[in-house]
Write a protein that binds this ligand. Structure first.
Ligand code: GLN
Length: 497
């Protein structure tokens, strides 16, 4: 039974459907794996053992009753702790939500349950998804399964680490500036940021609402596509949700090909700060795409060098407003409510105790940037840069079908290395942020190990808005070619835990 944890989600679903294995057995195997390794990895903040087994038994009962099961029925999943789960703790990595039990499911949670996906538990993350290393979590860091002294990326480090350590075949992340793709890159897994509005934000705790996007994390491109299809689609409960058919991502993942495709290499994504081993693997990927029949050209996106600066005005501005709801009255923690203090004093004490340093830094930055007299200079200017970035993408996609770049400038850094240096931390998302600002779609998938440290490198593929299927078509072709070259999935090279 142990080997069930190494199977893909597609394989598990097929075996549950044909009766080779039960959903309960699959769930028990993954719970045993969590029991065995998560003390070291710390991917989960909460394991919902009973809830998971109950969901699994329900799938087995439906099968026994002769019901036709969906394409992910009986497959276990690790859910980022930013999504509300009815009756199951949801902290968003923050002390301020400690002890909060949501009274409702996020749309993503609900769709997963309806698909018969078994939710194993909630994964660790940077507090309110602010970070690139999972170190700002109020509950301690997560280790990278490739080297437990290194960061697993962030903010969705728990989700990426869970799948990279075979604690779950699937996970859900959210990507505001890179938090699905960057963890995927540094853990040797696949992560996709769908087109903005492609997956409902209802019940996904808001960080920066105009940038936040939930999406799939998996070990294969096909598994990511199956998960993407399960959670995507219009939701009347989210006013920014796209009311259009979901791109045909599963079909694309089953028909990987780049023949005749025009691929643009973003010229701006190289140079100082990019690790040699990352660029070597990226250049090999470019060669591979050529061999597979793509036409590769260089593309310039001159405004991308302002993306980070614009992001660090827009995201904090929106977060300063979104996080105002944590006022000690409605959710979670309340400090100093011992009588005699005003509501304002209790709110101040609670926010002071409940938020960590990075969250406070951003609330202050955002409040400042939005204050009258500074609005035009900061927030207004950042919005203009955002328009320039969208135009760069539009121009590029007038000429090419997809863009490619390294996902991150470096491989996984050491836990503690950048935690006191916010600027160094922010650079981890240099290549991922433009996509969030423009609202289009992108994927990270493994493209090898860096020579200098033997750690995974991610290849980023970027597609126009609503053309998410291109990511999967290209991703599946690249994945198949790399696997043929390596003889196995990259993750098999990770040391045993
Ligand atoms: N690292 C970026 C930040 O801290 C992006 C985080 C995210 O995508 N949630 O804002």
């Amino acid at each position: 039974m142990t080997d069930v944890i190494h199977r893909t989600a597609a394989e598990i679903a097929a075996q549950v459907a044909d009766g080779t294995v039960t959903a309960t057995e699959v769930t028990e195997a993954h719970l045993a794996r969590i029991e065995a390794v998560d003390e070291k990895v710390h991917a989960f903040l909460h394991v919902d053992r009973e809830g998971a087994l109950e969901q699994a038994r329900a799938v087995d009962a439906r099968r026994a009753a002769g019901e036709k099961l969906g394409p992910l029925a009986g497959v276990p999943l690790a859910l980022k702790d930013i999504f509300t789960t009815e009756g199951v703790p949801t902290t968003c990595g923050s002390k301020i939500l400690e002890g909060w039990i949501p009274p409702y499911d996020a749309t993503v949670t609900r769709r997963l349950k309806e698909a018969g996906v078994v939710i194993l538990g909630k994964t660790n993350m940077d507090e309110f998804a602010m970070g690139s290393s999972t170190e700002t979590s109020a509950y301690g860091p997560t280790g990278n399964p490739w080297d437990l002294t290194r960061i697993p990326g962030g903010s969705g480090g728990g989700s990426a680490a869970a799948i990279a350590s075979y604690q779950a075949p699937l996970a859900i992340g959210t990507d505001t500036g890179g938090s699905i793709r960057q963890p995927a890159a540094v853990t040797g897994t696949v992560g996709v940021k769908p087109t903005y509005g492609g997956v409902s934000r209802y019940g996904m705790i808001a960080f920066s609402s105009s940038l936040d996007q939930g999406g799939p994390c998996a070990r294969t491109v096909l598994d990511a596509a199956l998960l993407h299809e399960a959670i995507a689609g219009h939701d009347p409960l989210d006013s920014t949700s796209i009311d259009a058919p979901v791109p045909a991502v599963v079909e694309a993942a089953r028909n990987g090909s780049v023949a005749g495709l025009r691929v643009g290499v973003v010229k701006e994504f190289r140079g100082e700060g990019y690790q040699a081993g990352v660029m070597a693997r990226f250049d090999e990927s470019v060669e591979l795409l050529r061999e597979l029949g793509a036409e590769v050209v260089e593309v310039s996106c001159p405004s991308f060098d302002k993306a980070l600066a614009a992001y660090y005005l827009i995201a904090p501005s929106e977060c300063s407003s979104n996080l105002a709801r944590f006022d000690a009255m409605r959710y979670g923690l309340r400090v100093g409510d011992t009588g005699g203090r005003s509501a304002e004093e209790v709110t101040t004490l609670t926010r002071g105790a409940g938020f960590g340093d990075e969250v406070k830094r951003r609330i202050m930055l955002g409040t400042y940037a939005l204050s009258s007299g500074y609005y035009d200079a900061y927030y207004g200017s950042a919005q203009k840069v955002r328009t320039l970035i969208s135009r760069d993408f539009e121009r590029a996609f007038g000429d090419v079908d997809v863009l490619i770049s390294p996902t991150t400038p470096t491989t996984a850094f050491a836990i503690g290395e950048r935690v006191d240096d916010p600027m160094a931390m922010y650079l981890a998302d240099l290549c991922t942020i433009p996509t969030n600002l423009a609202g289009n779609a992108a994927m990270s998938l493994p493209c090898g190990l860096a020579d200098e440290d033997g750690l995974p490198v991610g290849l980023q593929i970027i597609a126009p808005a609503m053309a998410d299927e291109r990511l999967y078509r290209v991703g599946a072709a690249v994945e198949a070619a790399f696997r043929a070259r390596w003889g196995h999935p990259l993750l098999e090279e990770a040391p045993a835990l």
